[in-house]
Design a protein around this ligand. Sequence first.
Ligand code: 6PG
Length: 482
Amino acid sequence: MGQSFGLIGLAVMGENLALNVERNGFPISVYNRTASVTEKFMATRAQGKNFKATYTLQEFVESLDRPRKILIMVKAGGPVDAVIEQLKPLLNEGDMIIDGGNSLYTDTERRVKDIEAVGLRFIGMGVSGGEEGALNGPSLMPGGTEAAYREIESIVTKIAAQVDDGPCVTYIGPGGSGHYVKMVHNGIEYGDMQLIAEAYDILKSIGELSAAKLHEVFTEWNTTDELNSFLIEITADIFKKIDSETGQPLVDLILDAAGQKGTGRWTVETALELGVSIPTIIAAVNARIISSIKEERVAASKELLGPSVKFEGDANELVNKVRDALYCSKICSYAQGMALLGKASKEFGYNLDLGETARIWKGGCIIRAGFLNKIKHAYDENPDLPNLLLAPEFKQTILDRQAAWRDVVMMAAQFGIPVPAFSASLDYFDSYRRSVLPQNLTQAQRDYFGAHTFERVDKPRGEFSHADWMAADERTLAGTGS
Ligand code: 6PG
């Protein structure tokens, strides 16, 4: 008898997932392109465990029970295709390749088609949770044919994080749906992180809270129903870390230039293509971009002076207002992410269960939070909910807190503190809740300069009119004046 599972790519995520699979009782073969990495892994973390080290792909493939189940954990893009091409001639009908990287969903769509066409199976599986999640239980988002998923179900349900209502994994849907859902998870992750960064900036720059005080505030927020989450928890931890070299809070020594690997940008790109409004997530991606031009900002700071205002309010009151603003903004950000999933589901035939998607994010992943229970409940109650803002779980909360939210955004503007995600969320809320927006004027302009036509409020939708804007008309303003 061979090994029941195989894993290619022993970088941090691969290593930890391999250990997770083995710990859950599945004998596993591992392969890494550089043999020394495999040797080191076998001599250290894998020692005494049910691992088989292999040093050629041929040996790797031959060590596995059929139909083979092979998880590849290599860098997204070209390396995934390269491994697939090397594996293909070595595999037999029914064998399965699972890509657990952050692959672009369109690549996954293509791979599913190519691979299934030669009688093999392919699952594109989003994996979230970082190093710790991979080892102890990640959130898993597998997409592909349902039959293929059923074959790995017993393994993935064991290795995934476990929450009160089951393992953090479910069959997501066909094609590239697993990676699509993971991409949107990351877009939401970007939104959450930026919103937290803005809360921090206001409390630090306006309220002048020290790192020690920020630690207390975030620790307290993490005990609340609304904000309890992994990201708030690690933020609280971050504020208490003191740099051993300087004795200062480490966070103050970290350069304010954020990196990104692409999943946030992809979320923005697909949202623009599908015509779904996700301003908070766009703001989060933009905030990282502008943060990265550090030297240029430092030069500009000497020339472009902002307001000079002193905060004279009550710091505790500020903390509470920022907490409310953060929560309202977060609801808007998730509303955008879920609306994007809803649209993609229809457009690409993914048939996503949004309640179930929220459930598998309750544990293991970076955006895990108590709050996801409410989202799950909202979609369970009404799977056709047009927008989370309308769910009873969120509607009243946001209405009750909007005054604080508006105060925070106004105060940030007065002090010259950028809050792109807070204000994008507020704009989203105000745009969504207003029955009339000024785009009647936009339509008039489009018709004026390009004869693009417009619909009228006094005629049925879909009936288009055009006006001769330049024609002399006694009812134009100029005309009525005479
Ligand atoms: C996760 C993370 C993980 C990773 C991304 C985001 O769900 O475990 O999203 O996939 O942190 O690579 O990275 P960037 O911030 O570098 O885009």
